[in-house]
Design a protein. Structure first.
Lengths: 62, 221, 242
């Protein structure tokens, strides 16, 4: 427990070290998540465009 | 070469017809510089220390203000397409237009700078260096600014975009322009800074016309 | 015409999907090891104490800020010269990531500066150049999104990136000069030239992790741009059909 506390305190610099690492994590993960969201949105739009085309083709065949 | 002179003459004629533009630039320059004493107080020593920086920053902003008219009128009335298709190399045409722009903005600014130096109680001994630094520095501002003006033709919110594109690129001119005057004020040689300003001018007179020409071609495509 | 235009990007997407698990996995591995080494194994600095650990995220972020700008400039050059359709997309996909790294470098630099210098911001040559770089990124992003026609925006941004790339060394040089004019050279050096191996290894592994992360993210983002271009072409076609 005490070890944990000294580790978190970072020799008194904890309030600077931890935000720096936390910010890094937030930015790296944030950029990844927005990219994945964008990919998913584009993919679903693409699928939606594709479906009417197919139904149109089917209607034309009938 | 005569095509070059034609473009310069034409742009100068246009600028002369719209004298208001050039006057506005100088007015903006003096007016903005006049604001600082109200902001920081009229203490003569402080103002003398600030003079070089204020002159350069306000000159940068004044040039920025005038960049829009560099290509916009030609872009809107279609004469830009003629310039692009003309047999003269487009970068040479750009150089001619930049020269005309500098003659109608940079030169008046240089003429007005001693007035601000006077208002700011700057040591007169540094005046020649101030003029020389502006003579070497302001052409780079027009050249670099031309790239920004050409790139934003037809852009949404082109007017607010130009400062974002151009101001970071103005930093070296600002640094060496102020450093030259500070050196002269401190009784040191301003030569190295003036040489740097000259080097920046040379680099930008090669890079900026090429980049502007590429941007103009994209704009009329 | 569409087939020709997207044949190349289509192959890219398939290739990207094959590479992605590797780069992504290695990125997680390198970042994990780097994090462990930098937080638990590496020693505290005799001068800066434990605050030196900020270096392990600050310095890789600053390196990436420059590296990504170089990638954008190289991609822009090949987009303008060879009109390679993927090069535009690489530049476009990289810019926000580079801006993210630059912001990270600035913010962690500020967090490191507070205990070292006593203030959040010092007009130190290094920090100032990174700040200017951040504005170059913002300008690039704003310009590439300023046109109704996205390809015009991409080409304009490519010209800007090349002009900016030529200017980066000039700006760096002048800011260094300016900083030596105005400040005594006794400012604490954030990362000295000689660095002990016990600190160098965690730093290098973290930097490798950042680079792999960027490559993985770039593959994903370029794939997204390719799909978005396909989407635009298809919705155009759908509009034409009706």
């Amino acid at each position: 427990m005490e070890q944990m506390q000294t580790f978190l305190a970072m020799g008194g610099y904890g309030i600077f070290v931890w935000p720096a690492f936390a910010l890094t994590a937030v930015i790296l993960i944030g950029m990844l998540v927005t990219t994945l969201n964008h990919l998913r949105a584009v993919q679903s739009d693409l699928d939606r465009l594709q479906v009417p085309e197919q139904t149109q083709a089917q209607e034309a065949r009938q | 070469m005569s095509a070059f002179a034609d473009v310069v003459a034409r742009d100068l004629r246009l600028a002369l017809r719209q004298r208001g533009d050039a006057v506005m630039v100088v007015l903006f320059f003096v007016l903005t510089a006049m604001l600082f004493p109200f902001a920081v107080g009229p203490e003569p020593n402080l103002l003398a220390r600030l003079a070089a920086g204020v002159i350069w920053v306000t000159a940068l902003l004044a040039v920025l203000l005038s960049l829009e008219r560099l290509f916009l009128a030609d872009f809107e009335d279609g004469s830009l397409e003629l310039l692009v298709l003309a047999p003269t190399p487009l970068s040479l045409t750009v150089l001619a237009k930049v020269l005309a722009h500098w003659l109608t903005t940079g030169l008046p600014l240089i003429a007005a700078a001693p007035l601000i130096a006077l208002l700011y109680n700057m040591d007169e001994a540094a005046l020649p260096v101030l003029m020389l630094a502006m003579l070497l520095g302001t052409p780079s501002l027009s050249l670099t600014g031309a790239v920004g003006a050409a790139l934003t033709l037809g852009a949404r919110r082109g007017g607010v975009l130009v400062p974002l594109l151009v101001l970071p690129l103005y930093i070296p001119v600002l640094i060496f322009g102020v450093a030259a005057i500070d050196a002269a004020l401190a009784g040191l040689s301003a030569r190295p800074y003036l040489l740097f300003l000259g080097a920046i001018f040379l680099v930008s007179s090669v890079v900026a016309p090429l980049a502007s020409a590429a941007a103009l071609r994209q704009a009329v495509e | 015409m569409n087939m020709h235009r997207f044949a190349n990007p289509g192959r890219f997407v398939r290739l990207a999907e094959r590479i992605l698990p590797w780069t992504g996995g290695l990125a997680v591995l390198a970042l994990g090891i780097g994090l462990y080494l930098s937080l638990f194994v590496s020693p505290a600095d005799y001068q800066q104490g434990e605050s030196v650990r900020i270096m392990y995220v600050h310095v890789p972020a600053a390196w990436m800020a420059l590296f990504v700008y170089t990638v954008i400039a190289a991609a822009s050059a090949s987009a303008l010269i060879w009109r390679h359709p993927l090069a535009d997309l690489v530049a476009r996909a990289s810019a926000p990531v580079g801006a993210g790294f630059t912001f990270l470098a600035l913010a962690t630099g500020s967090l490191w500066g507070k205990p070292m210098w006593g203030t959040w911001w010092v007009w130190d040559a290094r920090l100032t150049s990174v700040l200017v770089l951040f504005f170059l990124y913002l300008g690039h992003m704003a310009l590439s999104n300023a046109f109704d026609d996205q390809s015009r925006g991409n080409r304009a941004a490519a010209v800007l990136a090349l002009v900016g790339f030529i200017n980066v060394p000039i700006i760096k040089f002048s800011v260094d000069w300016w900083s030596t004019l105005h400040q005594p050279a006794s400012v604490v050096r954030l990362d000295g030239p000689s660095i002990h191996p016990s600190m160098l290894w965690p730093l290098l592994i973290m930097a490798l992790g950042f680079k792999l992360y960027y490559v993985s993210l770039l593959l994903l983002r370029v794939k997204g741009e390719v799909m978005a271009a396909r989407l635009r072409a298809r919705s155009m076609a759908a509009l034409d059909a009706t």
